[in-house]
Design a binder for this molecule. Structure first.
Ligand code: NAD
Length: 429
């Protein structure tokens, strides 16, 4: 088999190599050598991070296209990749093939990007509200996907991700999600141990994302409603799902993973206390009932000056553990790769494409997102919310709860900023 170096040399350099690779979507890749071309939708902090993590993960990665409503975000991506190349000792033109025509602005830019023959893998790192629409477009176009968590803001969105995940499986496409604990050695070790009985029967767990306030963006004088919400997305439930979905989804995902199923119901509360913009809460406290006498208490808070903890603790009939600290056991546990999970997730995505053995994280991340949405709905309304009400019971008041403005409003130009500094009041909303 040719080495990657021979492959590039033999085809007269990278530009020719790219052309020679043809334009069909869902290309068949030769194990370990083929160039894989990546486009990124959403070039903010995480989108730029994911581009660099992908480049760091494997040889033969080329970035070919970007999409973001704001040109400055894409320019920052160019700057950061240049800087990374300098530090990594790589010629920029070896990894960067983003021409001006393949930098798409506007809220429909993703459509152009996913239709490009020069893209094999799409990174989706926009605010969560866009994920269901963007994932469906990428999978329909035959692209493999890395997508950031969370993957929806409402029940129809989370169900759409599961549906698109099934389509990806039928098409043999990989979807890796940015729930990076699933790519982290200590978590994998513990998940394996717990799922194989190291704690005895799981009885309960506590999960936390209690930390400080995040950033917010103040509205500029000439900013449209859409651009204001896109730049200040972490303040609006319609964009982020609220922070129980946006941030705490990581810990809820660990609970689902270790217990082996999503929760059956949620009963919780929360409130808005100190935020300046948007309409989100500042803290949530939710009991998740996983059935079979397993309960999980979840807490999340974004307020400065309070006790901070981001973790998960599981109690079994025989032992307990902290999920990020490998349990000592005589059990034989697979030798999971150690390293930066943000890089390993891309490495495994690229390997899955090259080996023709797809990974599909869509259902797991959609279920974690749905569970977080279930906790949010319970806190906002003051009601007990059941899993069945979100996934099956079409007569429930929440089954078709679609937040507005939606991703479609951004494309249609019909975005209206919801009233700010007014959060749901349980018992009345
Ligand atoms: N896995 C993790 O640890 C982790 C960490 C941080 C963020 N995230 C997730 O990554 C995603 C992005 O977060 P971020 O911190 O990069 O936010 P960000 O605001 O820095 O970046 C979001 C980018 O998306 C762009 N955007 C908005 N609407 C778009 C559209 N319709 N099409 C294309 N681009 C669009 C914005 O202009 C912005 O550049 C979120 O889902 C967030 O929850 C994950």
């Amino acid at each position: 088999m040719q080495s990657r170096r021979q492959f590039l040399k033999g085809s007269g350099g990278l530009a020719l190599g790219l052309a020679a690779l043809g334009s069909a979507s869902s290309r068949i890749f030769a194990a370990g050598s083929d160039v894989i071309r990546v486009g990124a939708v959403g070039c903010g902090g995480r989108g730029r991070g994911a581009i660099i993590d992908c480049l760091s993960s494997s040889d033969g990665i080329v970035i070919t296209a970007l999409a973001d409503p704001f040109r400055d975000r894409m320019q920052e991506a160019v700057r950061q990749v240049r800087q990374w190349c300098q530090q990594a000792g790589k010629p920029v033109d070896q990894v960067w093939k983003v021409s001006e025509e393949r930098m798409f602005t506007g809220y429909q830019g993703y459509r152009h990007l996913v239709s490009l023959p020069e893209v094999d893998v799409v990174i989706l790192a926009t605010p969560p509200v866009f994920r269901p629409l963007h994932l469906a477009a990428a999978i329909k176009a035959g692209k493999h996907v890395f997508m950031e968590k969370p993957v929806a803001v409402d029940p129809p969105g989370a169900r759409a991700i599961i549906e698109t995940g099934s389509l990806a499986a039928q098409k043999g496409l990989s979807i890796v999600a940015g729930t990076q604990r699933r790519y982290q050695k200590a978590y994998r070790w513990n998940a394996y141990a717990v799922r194989n009985g190291a704690l005895g029967k799981i009885v309960s767990a506590r999960i936390w994302w209690c930390g400080g306030a995040l950033w917010f963006h103040s509205r500029g004088p000439d900013e449209s409603d859409a651009d204001y919400m896109a730049r200040n997305w972490v303040s609006f439930t319609e964009m982020s799902g609220d922070h129980i979905v946006e941030q705490h989804v990581h810990n809820i995902d660990v609970a689902n993973w270790f217990i082996g199923r999503p929760p059956r119901s949620a009963l919780g509360f929360g409130a808005r206390a100190r935020r300046k913009t948007g309409n989100q809460y500042d803290f949530f406290s939710v009991d998740f009932d996983y059935g079979e006498d397993v309960t999980v208490h979840s807490m999340c808070r974004q307020i400065n000056g309070c006790y901070s903890r981001v973790s998960e603790h599981f109690v079994g009939a025989e032992r307990s553990l902290w999920a990020d600290s490998p349990i000592q056991t005589s059990m034989s546990i697979p030798d999971f790769e150690d390293g930066n999970p943000y890089v390993i997730e891309h490495k495994e995505l690229i390997n899955s494409i090259r080996s023709g053995k797809p990974i599909n994280d869509a259902k797991a991340v959609a279920e974690a997102t749905m569970a977080a949405i279930m906790g949010r709905i319970s806190a906002y309304t003051g009601q007990m919310v059941r899993w069945q009400d979100l996934v099956e019971n079409t007569t429930s008041p929440w089954f078709n709860l679609k937040l507005s403005p939606s991703a479609e409003d951004f494309e249609a130009g019909t975005v209206k900023v919801p009233q700010e500094d007014r959060a749901p009041i349980p018992g009345s909303d």
